[in-house]
Design a protein around this ligand. Structure first.
Ligand code: ZN
Length: 452
């Protein structure tokens, strides 16, 4: 796979069609996952993981409630069977079966008759968006509550209401899915995404579906790197995984959190805490080379699970790949983050860019110039001016000169791309030609990695 596929005009109609078809498949998976009531734990998470197993052979893991994981404790399992608000004539004025955002996630069970003013103390609305239902959680503080549109709430007359939340908070388990694709070496690229949100499409069924499709695509042929995919409940799921896998995190050479990847906004990439990790430079290179609008941000200790992977005790090279970041689109954490908000072509664009980042990492080798004393004679080897006398031929020659000069065993192709301003694909082609001509040899790559 090469970066050229990112340039849309170059894509032949057949691959464009394939892209469209794949975009629709992604939307189909999201459509299957959308109605499920998910939270940090419970049957919704298990149902979600079971559906993902139709796409990739995920390993399912469980951690018992009450298990200490670093400074945290795995919470009780939450399950919800039904929830509604009935008025005094017995009509349901709010029904969880119509929208699973209606119940505050992790709500304690309740079955009582309350006045309107008491109901209002347990009701969450968005007055500035009177038709939208907010998504709210109360994971670590026991509470009960309903989320509804401002219009619904304000239409309720002064009377008594029967509130029923038929939920359970009991010892159980936290579930997550893991899929490992062995490569030629045990050095890993990690992809992690959160699976704990209910009917919200961009945050984060888009990330869940994207990760599943990335995994399905990468498992078709073995690569230099091994790939590890994690589908975890946000925060506590990742903390649990890190706690159980602390001894092997040094295998993670590069990592991406994927979230909010289906909206029409431009790509945003949040760098790892290290700031200059190879993953940070690879993403920046891909975004520059494909000339698409994008924004790269520095690490901050707020956001998705990069917070855990980049906590100072781990400081792993894990960045966060998004389109519009969380909290920066009006639909975020509301019922308007629905299936209409995400687009197949945006999901495909995100998928292709992630694959392009992995291609750069796979091919970011360090070489050693075998003829380092003065420039080698390219013409004698059929390399000089051999690719037409046009501007492209000149650029190709320039790429060879950059690769030859900086291939001293210390600079990778990404380093040379940054110095030269040339595209990674161009330098990769130049390196392949020089390697063929015997002018380059492979340098030290994948320090510390073992062949599998
Ligand atoms: Zn969220």
């Amino acid at each position: 796979m090469s970066l050229s596929r990112l340039k849309e005009p170059a894509a032949p109609p057949s691959s464009h069609f394939q892209n469209q078809e794949q975009g629709e498949e992604l939307l189909r998976l999201i459509g299957r996952l959308y109605p499920i009531c998910r939270s940090l734990t419970g049957s919704g998470v298990r149902e979600t993981l079971a559906i993902l197993r139709d796409y990739i052979p995920l390993a399912l893991h469980s951690v018992r409630s009450g298990t200490p994981v670093f400074d945290w404790t795995v919470p009780p399992e939450w399950n919800l069977r039904d929830a509604y608000i009935k008025n005094s004539s017995g009509a349901k004025v709010v029904d969880w079966r119509n929208c699973n955002l209606h119940v505050l996630s992790y709500s304690a069970p309740v079955k009582r008759t309350v006045s309107l003013s008491e109901l209002k103390r347990h009701a969450f609305t968005l007055p500035e968006r009177p038709d939208w239902i907010p998504y709210r959680t109360s994971y670590y503080k026991e509470n009960w509550g309903f989320c509804l549109s401002e219009r619904q709430l304000s239409s309720l007359p002064e009377e008594d209401y029967e509130v029923v939340i038929d939920s359970s908070l009991q010892p159980g388990e936290l579930n997550y899915g893991e899929f490992f694709i062995p490569g030629r070496t045990d050095a890993e690229i990690l992809v992690s995404t959160h699976i704990c949100h209910p009917s919200l499409a961009n945050d984060n069924l888009s990330g869940v579906a994207l990760a599943a499709f990335l995994a399905a695509s990468l498992q078709r042929e073995p690569r230099r790197y091994s790939y590890r995919f994690l589908f975890t409940p946000g925060c506590i799921g990742t903390i649990a995984w890190l706690s159980l896998n602390e001894k092997r995190v040094d295998k993670i050479h590069h990592g991406l959190i994927v979230a909010c990847v289906g909206d029409a906004g431009k790509i945003h990439y949040k760098k790892s805490r290290r700031g200059d990790a190879e993953i940070d430079r690879a993403v920046a290179q891909v975004l520059k080379d494909c000339d698409a609008p994008h924004e790269i941000r520095d690490f901050s200790p707020y956001g998705y699970d990069e917070r855990q992977f980049c906590s100072p005790g781990f400081n792993l090279p894990v960045g966060c790949f998004m389109r519009t970041p969380h909290g920066e689109f009006a639909e975020y954490h509301t019922s308007a983050d629905n299936l209409d908000f995400i687009k197949g072509e945006c999901l495909m664009d995100s998928l292709n860019k992630c694959l392009a980042v992995f291609d750069v990492l796979e091919n970011n080798h360090t070489y050693v110039n075998q003829n380092p004393k003065c420039e080698p004679q390219l013409g004698r080897r059929g390399l000089y001016g051999s690719i037409g006398g046009d501007a492209q031929g000149k650029t190709n020659e320039l790429a060879m000169l950059w690769v030859l000069n900086y291939s001293d065993g210390r600079n990778s192709l990404l380093d040379i791309a940054a110095k030269s301003g040339l595209s990674f694909a161009l330098l990769e082609t130049a390196a392949a030609r020089l390697l063929d001509a015997g002018l380059l040899a492979a340098g030290e790559n994948d320090a510390g990695a073992k062949l599998i």
